[in-house]
Design a protein around this ligand. Structure first.
Ligand SMILES: [Zn+2]
Length: 325
């Protein structure tokens, strides 16, 4: 019997999936072994949200990581990710780990809807391990910055006994959260979780006054690092964690100076620096995300600027993009 991969139709399906041209539902069925049984890739990514914070047609930041074809890890939970989850025909029933890069609304504001989707998914009691930044008091004066709750406090404010959505804990399935804050002083890679073939590490990032975390997931020899929103003060930490990562998801919000409003350079990283960091960290592929119309309009310049230092492949994210890593 000929190998199923020799079938032109299936080869096209595989190519389309690897190129991220198919929705995630087709993804797990797309790779076939000699016995025609689907072989799920060890680590794959589905982009639930590639935009934010303005409403420009992309959902706010959100990603699902699939281990052996099963959605297990949610990274960020921006508004709109809920709808993209349904469009991808993916279930949260086995998701037990939530990684929050920071607590801006375009990254964490969709969490209640996603948690409720999990509660009604039929997956039974849900145990979420949540990792995110520690808190920050408000500081007065120029450059003082805003108050941010710790991730532990944030989850309690949403789902705790006195929380806004306290009812959810007994609504459809018992919910339990175990939350760990990653302190802003975390400069060296900190292992948050390790299991068979799996390691999740973090360092503190920098996003002006918002406490933030950079995450890296390694599974069965594959690896992906998420910059989160990051300004230059976080570059050294990112470089440290992303060393040799096969994929780096970098939030690309500004053009090289002076192409974007001055204030944004205290929050985000310019394309030239993205390319330099990706090169210095020795990553394999760059996926630019958190995109806006300015970046889309100037994509050739953004790519040229990144290519000054980074010679590997650069992809632009879009909602629903599915990648085998
Ligand atoms: Zn953002």
């Amino acid at each position: 019997m000929p190998s199923p991969l020799s079938s032109p139709g299936r080869r096209l399906l595989l190519q389309m999936t690897l190129a991220g041209l198919l929705p995630a539902a087709a993804h797990a069925q797309a790779v076939f072994g000699p016995s025609e049984a689907p072989v799920a890739p060890a680590l794959s990514l589905v982009v639930l949200g590639s935009g934010g914070p303005a409403a420009n047609g992309r959902a706010g930041a959100g990603y699902l990581l699939l281990l052996d074809g099963v959605p297990r890890i949610l990274l960020d939970a921006g508004p709109g990710a809920f709808a993209r989850l349904g469009e991808a025909q993916l279930s949260l029933a086995r998701v037990d780990t939530v990684l929050l890069t920071h607590l801006h609304a375009d990254h964490a504001g969709g969490l209640p809807g996603l948690v409720k989707a999990r509660a009604v998914s039929g997956g039974g009691p849900a145990e979420f391990r949540v990792f995110g930044p520690g808190g920050r008091p408000a500081r007065k004066g120029p450059g003082g910055g805003a108050y941010f709750p710790s991730t532990r406090r944030f989850i309690d404010l949403l789902f705790g006994p006195q929380g806004a959505f306290a009812y959810l804990s007994q609504f459809s399935a018992p919910l339990h959260f175990s939350v760990r804050d990653v302190a802003a002083s975390t400069r060296e890679p900190l292992t948050l979780l390790s299991g068979p073939g799996l390691q999740i590490q973090a360092v503190a990032g920098h996003h002006r006054d918002a406490p933030s975390v950079i995450f890296r997931v390694d599974y069965q020899g594959h690896s992906i690092t998420f910059s989160g929103d990051i300004d230059p003060a976080g570059h050294e930490a990112l470089w440290r964690l992303a060393q040799g990562s096969q994929w780096l998801v970098f939030n690309s919000v500004v053009l090289d100076p002076p192409g974007s409003p001055e204030i944004l350079y205290s929050l985000h990283t310019a394309p030239r620096d993205i390319g330099r960091l990706a090169d210095q960290a020795g990553v394999g592929h760059l996926l630019l995300s958190h995109l806006n119309p300015s970046i889309e309009r100037h994509e050739p310049e953004v790519r040229a600027s990144i290519a000054e230092h980074f010679k590997g492949p650069v992809l632009m994210a879009r909602d629903g993009l599915a990648l085998t890593l």
